[in-house]
Design a protein around this ligand. Structure first.
Ligand code: ADP
Ligand code: TRP
Length: 327
């Protein structure tokens, strides 16, 4: 089984990214041949600062490696080190109906958001994004693509494009199966909405202790006093976060004390911070170690790129033969 997924280098990773995407990917590296890449070509559709792109790419790599991604068990690389993605994207774009892309929610949402401020920021890359994503997936004969719910439609587009190419030019691409993480709950942010960089409500996996403590202590709560029973404790975002980072018995005990009355939100938040900080203690040590060897990340990514290129070259050659670009 070949598993493939891409991660955008778009800033410091948070608990939503960790529980929603990173931990599942790290677990899957045990289950098959895992291909994980940092989607730096994709980041160009929304990020235009070269210094930040370089920094975010390195940060995402460091975060993943520190959290347990093992380059001996998976191929981990930078997308732009395998330029076959862009070549295949062009080939695929010629069999992609416009209507398929025009229907994509993520494109429509971004256009709606950008149009309010700056209509000029709607670039062709944003529109063509799903074709590049199809190329990413098809280039490695991927069977399984683990993604969040927001990527479901892009996977359907990939399957349609692959089927269209196969129908026109003969059996060439493996049709991938999406693995949508329906079971992974949406991690709430410090304001109770979905944790997301765009909402400014994130708790980072790695960050300054003081700043993160302050963020936790400022999680918005209702005005009930410590003595009052809180029968709806399970709806509290700090309780939901606590369940992710604390041992089950401890989280259960705190939840029960809130329900019964006699425990206040200040103590809840203190407990949350303590367990959140401890949860990533080992990863933090790993990260500090990795940072001491500045070339290590670069070495991992270039070695991964080399391995990925071998597969990418085989598949692009197959595709070019099929459509008559080469003999
Ligand atoms: P952001 O919303 O901060 O921009 P991304 O869209 O870059 O995050 O997230 C990358 C992946 O991380 C998503 O596809 C999703 O699987 C996961 N993810 C992000 N936020 C959450 C969340 N709050 N809960 C669960 N999973 C999340
Ligand atoms: N579009 C994905 C996201 O925003 C990232 C991505 C790019 C990806 N190419 C991919 C995911 C290929 C899976 C397979 O999260």
């Amino acid at each position: 089984m070949r598993i493939l997924t891409g991660i955008q280098p778009s800033g410091a990773l948070h608990l939503g990214n960790y529980f929603g995407a990173m931990r599942p990917a790290i677990e899957l590296q045990e289950k098959g041949e895992a291909f994980y890449f940092i989607a730096d070509y994709h980041s160009m559709t929304s990020l235009t600062d070269p210094v930040k792109r370089r920094q975010y790419t390195r940060d995402v790599a460091l975060d993943f490696l520190a959290c347990g991604l093992d380059p001996a068990k998976c191929i981990f690389w930078r997308q732009s080190d395998t330029p076959q993605h862009t070549e295949l994207a062009w080939i695929l774009s010629t069999v992609t109906p416009m209507g398929l892309l025009e229907r994509c929610h993520s494109y429509k949402d971004k256009v709606a958001r950008l149009a309010e401020g700056d209509a000029g920021a709607v670039n062709h890359g944003l529109f063509a994004y799903p074709v590049l994503m199809a190329a990413d997936i098809l280039l490695y004969d991927s069977n399984v693509v683990p993604v969040g719910k927001d990527q479901k439609q892009h996977l359907e587009v990939t399957r349609d494009i692959a089927a269209k190419f196969n129908q026109l030019y003969g059996q060439t691409f493996v049709i991938p199966e999406p693995q949508i993480r329906e079971d992974v709950a949406i991690v709430p942010g410090t304001d109770g909405q979905k944790m997301s960089k765009s909402y400014g409500n994130t708790l980072e996996i790695f960050g300054d202790e003081k700043i993160l403590r302050k963020k936790v202590m400022s999680i918005v709560m209702d005005s009930r006093t410590p003595a009052e029973p809180k029968p709806d404790a399970d709806k509290n975002s700090a309780v939901q976060l606590l369940k992710l980072v604390a041992p089950a018995e401890i989280a259960k005990d705190i939840e029960e004390r809130l329900r019964a009355g006699g425990m206040g939100y200040g103590d809840l938040k203190k407990a949350l911070f303590e367990h959140y900080w401890n949860y990533f203690a080992a990863a933090r040590t790993n990260r500090a170690e990795l940072e001491k060897a500045p070339d290590y990340v670069e070495q991992v990514l270039s070695a991964g790129g080399k391995k990925a290129r071998v597969v990418a070259e085989t598949v692009i050659t197959r595709a070019k033969r099929a459509c008559g670009l080469s003999a």
